[in-house]
Design a protein around this ligand. Sequence first.
Ligand code: SAM
Length: 226
Amino acid sequence: MPLRSAGSGRLPSDPVHHPFFARYYARVSVGAETRWGMAGVRDRLLAGLSGRVIEIGAGNGLNFAHYPRTVAEVVAIEPERALRQLAVESALRSEVPVDVVPGAAEALPVKSEAFDAAVVSLVLCSVRDVPRALAEIRRVLRPGGVLRFFEHGRGGGAAMRFTQRALDRTVWPPLAGGCHLSRDPVAALREAGFELGPYRRVFMPEKGPRTPASFCVLGTAWRPAE
Ligand SMILES: C[S@@+](CC[C@H](N)C(=O)[O-])C[C@H]1O[C@@H](n2cnc3c(N)ncnc32)[C@H](O)[C@@H]1O
């Protein structure tokens, strides 16, 4: 159960406030479902999940339609007000029950060990404090619980990596809602104590020229069973 009630209203201090990026992402992400094959990626990301799931940084809720019927309930955390409103609308159309809740990855407003699975897609690039966010995800997963991830990060040759770092130090985070291009999500998961399951490199878009945001990983990690 979320500790705070669900809703789309603005909190006294929303931890994330990117209204221009939110508007842009809401439009572009819908087109990417077909144009970039994101719908297929979301299917693969969520296939086989069951029980209680927490999705962190749910955005406009594009994952919701892809959860299998074996999922009993999704608690979807989204800190950005405009995206959260769209997520609430998406939740109403979803076949699995989805509760959209304000909050941030670094302080998840839910009880410990309450979830069988957690989902992050294109979120670890944007959180302010990756180790803290991953520690929170570990906290709310039951021992042996699964984390599914689809994240972009550093990749390509030396010139591409240099470009990613240069963009991260300058225009990219303010333009892209706090996103960073040169993070290493797989290393971050290992450092946070997750057991890495199978994961694979994915390019987004799959064909065509590589951009600094093209280098993605899609996979599974576990909170160790203890
Ligand atoms: C690129 S969007 C991805 C949205 C969605 N997960 C998807 O797959 O389409 C990044 C999302 O991360 C959210 N976000 C940013 N900082 C966050 C934080 N500290 N905690 C949780 N979510 C955050 C943003 O509000 C946004 O919804």
